[in-house]
Design a protein around this ligand. Structure first.
Ligand code: DX5
Ligand code: ZN
Length: 216
């Protein structure tokens, strides 16, 4: 798969959400990353369905919803039906991983599983055959603007080897602290999709920054 950048709406200007979404439509970013936080699984609350719907309505891109919520089975179907092309839930938050994946697939979306920095990728082995994407968190989930944790690259390399053996269609996404400064290394380790929040939205020229990350 060719390189993809998924700008995170969490760092957009919520007072100008449509403007920022239209800017992404014009940009080289093929995906838009939507971070949903419940204030329990992570120590922050972001937004829910009304904001997701506003983004999907204005966006022409692939909508990549990252659920940082407890008991994701309660909501995965609803997020899929609200216009997410990918719905990703956390391994650490789900009691029944198979049920979450099946519910997302039955609702017509692709299923992703995310792991926090302290979770090793080997725990996902038994589900990789039916998983469309693994999201490796390279910061503690909860906030944008944190520093990239270098150990994540080691996890990506191990995950890549497992995926090549079990299900080469499964893609790898990384999230947290990504910028044009580390994107080359991250793509080189086997990542397909990089999430970038502050690097894109705090840049003077977000569209140019997206190209810089893609071409890093
Ligand atoms: C953090 C979120 C990220 C966040 C990334 O919990 O999952 O998607 O928006 O922001 P940056 O790119 O600023 O680290
Ligand atoms: Zn995210």
């Amino acid at each position: 798969m060719k390189r993809v950048v998924a700008p995170s709406i969490l760092s957009a200007d919520f007072g100008n959400l449509e403007r920022d979404t239209l800017m992404l439509n014009r940009s080289a970013a093929e995906w838009v990353h939507v971070d949903v936080m419940d204030g329990v699984f992570v120590p922050n609350i972001s937004f829910g369905f009304p904001v997701l719907k506003a983004v999907t309505k204005a966006s022409t891109k692939i909508i990549d919803t990252h659920l940082m919520i407890c008991d994701p089975i309660r909501y995965v179907e609803k997020f899929a039906k609200a216009g997410s092309h990918y719905v990703t839930f956390h391994y650490e938050a789900a009691e029944d991983i198979d049920a979450c994946i099946d519910a997302i697939h039955n609702a017509g979306a692709k299923a992703g599983i995310s792991i926090k920095p302290a979770t090793e990728p080997e725990v996902l082995e038994q589900w990789l055959h039916k998983t469309d994407m693994v999201l490796v968190m390279s910061v503690e989930p909860g906030f944008g603007g944190q520093s990239f944790m270098p150990y994540s690259l080691d996890k990506v390399r191990r995950l890549k080897a497992m995926i090549e053996r079990i299900n080469p269609h499964c893609i790898i996404e990384i999230d947290g602290g990504i910028s044009a400064d580390n994107a080359a290394e991250v793509f080189g380790a086997g990542v397909d999709v990089v999430v970038a929040g502050s690097a894109v939205f705090c840049a003077e020229n977000p569209e140019a920054e997206i190209v810089k990350i893609l071409e890093a």
